[in-house]
Design a protein around this ligand. Structure first.
Ligand code: SF4
Length: 419
């Protein structure tokens, strides 16, 4: 999601005549768009600012701005200002489109600007973004989150859920398809709770998948408590909706899910998985798992292992639990020792590798419609509707669909040739 925020930032600078520099050394303005969802963001930003400081020493007129969810936290923004007084502008997540004005003002008036004011209004019209991928395009459908999972900082830094107008989204998607984009990825922290007052997420998928053209639509992220049967059914029915769902499980233990405030249990999660498998046996499923949430026992971990084996995900994004200051889980008793977390995550990665390798073998000999998104010297990379990556040879054009037969698999990686 931050990638798309940066694409929109590029567009707002471009609208005022700014052009991208070839490299940091040639830039007049440097913007660091930060994220604090994963551990270590602050350390990385401070590290990058160390280099930017050297550039500023060489070029006194260089304007430096830091924005995004890390600096939306007032205490972090203050600390950053004290530690890096050469930064000219600090803002958070709400005013990204105003950043070009802020940097101009900081330059003209020689002042430091700190703007963390919340603005939960949703702009009307199509979002302008400088998208760098020829084949696919991200489209925000909503912002913020109401869920307050106990480990997550997002609701505190991105505010409450708010949906964009469905007609605006449709207009933006139509334009992207007309421009030749073959893959539209709808973005939101919890796309299943999309609702602009008239249209819910199923209704939005209905509108978008009825547009003329040759394209597919993917979306992320789904919340298991809000993924409705109606949404699963329309994905199964419509050719323009990719057969792929990222459905973060986080833990296979009901006790841990309750502590995480996820508001579903393993039975209801598996009921959705079963419906997906019944209607779309070939659908690609991926998930996020957090290992070592406070008080996680060996039994809780094993419940996660069992869930992972039962679903058979194409891919799993595994994370070791780490504290986010300001979230309820950060002050929970029963923090799990690091060596235990590391040992458990290693076991889970091993299990998932076995599942993915076996699934990859089953793909050999099958033909897939692949969206080619990169080519290098006659060798291409592309994605299937169920979000598998295939490396293939033959005549293909970046940004176009091609039928590819899978000739072999190396571990979980698929290789093929144009059919
Ligand atoms: S649903 Fe939970 S994990 Fe996802 S952004 Fe919202 S609070 Fe964070």
């Amino acid at each position: 999601m931050n990638v798309h925020e940066s694409e929109k930032l590029y567009a707002s600078f471009a609208a005022r005549g700014t052009v991208p520099a070839e490299c940091a050394e040639e830039a007049n303005v440097i913007v660091l768009n930060t994220c604090c969802v994963r551990e270590g963001a602050e350390t990385r930003v401070i590290g990058n600012l160390g280099y930017v400081k050297k550039l500023k020493e060489r070029n006194k007129s260089l304007i430096v701005a830091v924005c995004g969810c890390m600096t939306q936290q007032a205490d972090v923004a203050e600390k950053l200002h004290k530690r890096c007084p050469f930064v000219n502008v600090i803002t958070g997540t709400y005013k990204l489109s105003r950043l070009p004005e802020m940097t101009e003002k900081a330059e003209k008036e020689g002042i430091f600007i700190l703007d963390l004011e919340k603005d939960e209004s949703v702009p009307r019209g199509a979002n302008e973004a400088m998208r760098r991928t020829p084949a696919s395009a991200f489209v925000n459908i909503m912002y913020g989150c109401n869920n307050f999972c106990t480990y997550c900082i997002v609701p505190y830094v991105k505010g409450r859920e708010r949906s964009r107008n469905a007609a605006d989204i449709e207009c933006e998607v139509r334009r992207l398809i007309d421009e030749g984009r073959r893959e539209i990825v709808l973005l939101g922290q919890n796309v299943n709770s999309y609702n602009d007052g008239d249209t819910d997420f199923r209704g939005l998928l209905d509108r978008l998948s009825s547009l003329p053209g040759d394209y597919w639509i993917k979306f992320m992220t789904s919340h298991p408590k809000d993924l409705s049967d109606d949404v699963i059914k329309i994905i199964a029915e419509r050719p323009a909706l990719a057969k792929y769902i990222h459905l973060p499980l986080q833990s296979g233990s009901d006790r841990i899910l309750a502590l995480m405030n996820r508001k579903y249990d393993i039975t209801s999660y598996m009921r959705k998985i079963d419906l997906i498998r019944e209607l779309m046996p070939e659908a690609g499923l991926t998930s996020d798992i957090i290992i070592g949430f406070p008080t996680e026992t060996e039994e809780d971990y094993e419940a996660t292992e069992n869930a992972v084996r039962r679903v058979g995900y194409n891919n799993l994004f595994t994370f070791i639990y780490s504290k986010r200051t300001g979230t309820p889980a950060a002050v929970m008793d029963g923090q799990v020792p690091e060596p235990v977390k590391k040992e458990r995550i290693a076991r889970l990665i091993d299990i998932q590798a076995g599942i993915a390798n076996a699934a990859a073998k089953k793909c050999v000999g099958k033909t897939y419609r692949v969206l080619c998104d990169d080519s290098d010297g006659g060798r291409h990379t592309g994605k299937t509707s169920d979000d598998r990556v295939i490396v293939f040879d033959g005549e293909a054009r970046t940004g176009e669909f091609t039928d590819v037969i899978v000739t072999h698999a190396k571990n979980s990686k698929l290789y093929g040739k144009v059919k």
